[in-house]
Design a protein around this ligand. Structure first.
Ligand SMILES: [Zn+2]
Length: 86
């Protein structure tokens, strides 16, 4: 896949959680970051500010996806390895 043809996906499936990706106006976002990740009642959500250049949107998507992977991984670890719980 050539990078310049990359489009922001609508959904990213991680093991155990489906993450919706929304490129939205900032008025629909909380805080003043360019993007954020959060769990929702039906999975997860990444929001990215629509006024960013596409290269920055890709960067934010990967940044938030790494947060999501980290969080999902820790939930999994805590389920299977209780010793890691704080
Ligand atoms: Zn971050």
């Amino acid at each position: 896949m050539r990078l310049e043809r990359f489009e922001i996906p609508a959904v990213i499936e991680l093991p155990g959680v489906s993450i919706e990706v929304q490129v939205t106006e900032r008025k629909y976002m909380t805080g003043d970051a360019d993007g954020y990740w959060t769990y929702t009642s039906c999975g997860g959500l990444i929001r990215i500010a629509a006024d960013l250049p596409i290269r920055r949107q890709r960067y934010i998507l990967l940044h938030e996806l790494l947060h999501a992977i980290n969080d999902v991984m820790h939930v999994g670890l805590q389920e299977h390895h209780p010793v890691l719980k704080p």
